[in-house]
Ligand binder design. Structure first.
Ligand code: HSE
Length: 378
């Protein structure tokens, strides 16, 4: 199969390297501005109008011009494979429909979980089982930061700089640390696993940018480990979905997920809980997942999600779980929330009774500087 590659950055370079080892996948044109070579072009038309190219791989990242290029490729009858979670979480429905109209594939396995074949397995499981919940640790940068703070006592800024130097972080790392990257991956999980079209804006999302050494100390004192987790589950007549820092018991699987490793799970009526762990970011792991998509297209796969996914607004209003809360001393929360309360000169530390995700995220939105983490019971 002859392939056009859009972008020769970290992931694109990995795709080029791995395809060179294959006998049945040949990258014949690359769209790239920074280098020159006979196979490199700066014109998208050279790829989407090349009659020999039947599949376009997009590893540019960002919404524009990836979106316009996806439309051009699909309208010209090219299969389209992307690792771009921003593109798929924002425009996946439209691009899937365009692909369908043009008899093309639109696959995005590498857009969630880096090298982990999570979406592929969700798509397979959905066909023969009833998936009831899914989630996990879906961002390598934040896991790297939290692990470095907890395992080595590293400062937040230094840990983020290391994650950036290692190539895990997004061009704008605020999408990692504010939980947006995790949330976009959860959008894809809901689409593929739960056949639910959830808009990115409708998922309550808390990140880790406010985490302090005091939070890590509180976790350690309570035998807990801090992770950034995504969660989605079917409810009767809807779904619940959210992203938040989560304190997990020291013996929980998430607690053993170190550095930039991801941990994605789903639960289904038949198979029970299935867990996948591995490299969630980086050049060759992500490229390896892109090649799985290319192979799947060659085998005849054309889509990852159902064609008739329902639009759903998550309902996070049922009482969920207890929280750890660190707040400025002058801030009050409802008395009925408080299970334990301590104070030092700078902060108050509260452990709550079960509180709905909706109420807690609304509370945190009003108090910049505050930090909250859900408490997962063992
Ligand atoms: N910035 C992302 C992460 C890259 O850290 O997981 C992989 O999606």
């Amino acid at each position: 199969m002859k392939i056009g590659l859009l972008g020769m950055g970290t992931v694109g370079g990995g795709v080029y390297e791995l395809c060179a080892r294959q006998t049945d996948m040949e990258i014949t044109r690359v769209l790239e501005k920074r280098f020159q070579a006979p196979y490199i072009t700066t014109e998208i038309a050279d790829i989407v109008h090349d009659p020999d190219i039947s599949l376009v791989v997009e590893t540019l990242g960002g919404l524009h011009p990836a979106y316009e290029f996806a439309r051009e490729a699909l309208k010209n009858g090219k299969h389209f494979v992307t690792a771009n979670k921003l593109l798929v979480s924002a425009c996946g429905e439209e691009l899937s429909a365009l692909a369908h109209q043009n008899g093309c594939a639109f696959l995005y396995g590498a857009a969630c979980g880096g090298g982990i074949p999570f979406l592929h397995n969700l798509a397979l499981a959905r066909e023969t089982d009833h998936i009831t919940a899914l989630g996990g640790i879906l961002n390598g940068t934040t896991n790297y930061i939290l692990d470095a703070m907890q395992s080595c006592g590293m400062d937040y800024g230094a840990a983020l700089a290391q994650a950036q130097a290692l190539g895990y972080a997004e061009a704008d790392p605020s999408s990692d640390v504010e939980g947006l990257d995790t949330m976009r991956k959860l959008v894809l999980g809901c689409l593929v696993g739960l056949s639910a079209r959830v808009s990115p804006e409708s998922i309550p999302t808390l990140g880790i940018s406010k985490v302090l050494a005091q939070d890590i100390a509180w976790a350690r004192a309570h035998g807990l480990t801090l992770r950034l987790c995504a969660f989605a589950a079917r409810l009767s007549g809807g779904i619940s979905a959210y992203v938040e820092p989560t304190l997990v018991p020291g013996n929980a699987a998430e607690s053993a997920i170190l550095k930039n490793v991801n941990y994605a799970w789903y639960e289904a009526d038949g198979c029970g809980r299935m867990c996948y762990t591995g490299q969630g970011a980086g050049r060759l792991p992500t490229a390896s997942n892109v090649l799985r998509d290319i192979y799947a297209v060659m085998q005849g796969q054309r889509a990852m999600a159902d064609t008739d996914c329902a639009a759903v607004t998550p309902d996070n209003s049922i009482a969920g779980h207890g929280y750890y809360l660190r707040l400025p001393p002058d801030v009050q929360v409802p008395e009925s929330w408080i299970a334990h309360h301590t104070l030092d000169s700078d902060w108050q530390y509260i452990e709550t009774v079960p509180v709905s995700v909706k109420s807690m995220h609304a509370c945190i939105a009003q108090h910049p500087g505050a930090f909250a983490a859900g408490i997962q019971k063992g």
